[in-house]
Design a protein around this ligand. Sequence first.
Ligand code: ZN
Length: 149
Amino acid sequence: MSDLRELYQEIILDHNRSPRNFGVPEQSNRTAKGYNPLCGDIVTVYLLLKGNVVRDIRFEGRGCAISIASASIMTELIVGKTEIEARRLFQFFHDFVTGEETVEFSEELEELTALSGVRDFPMRVKCATLAWHSMAAALDGDGATVATE
Ligand code: ZN
């Protein structure tokens, strides 16, 4: 195992062990659920959207380490972003894990590279993008449920 791989593994395990922004917030005005039947991952994303800015984002759910780590990293990146920026980030991440594009990572987004291992495993891509699909669905409107299949 290369050093880089070990580092990636460590980042994923750390987020899985202690997910950031985990739990139901006191205040939210957009929410969406996501379900990945292939793996059994379930996630609910809560947003507090004020004037097109994501003031707070939290999630709860259960699933594999990839799905939880990706959700955790996502919440850290999305908080404080505008709706447009959040959607752009989702597109960026999606392009990255589906390998359709070579993408450049700014320092802020570096942790996302920890999820690069899923690129070789299409089923794992669904784990990694589940929370992101849910976040986008929450932006689209309240109360949606998205499935990866
Ligand atoms: Zn999974």
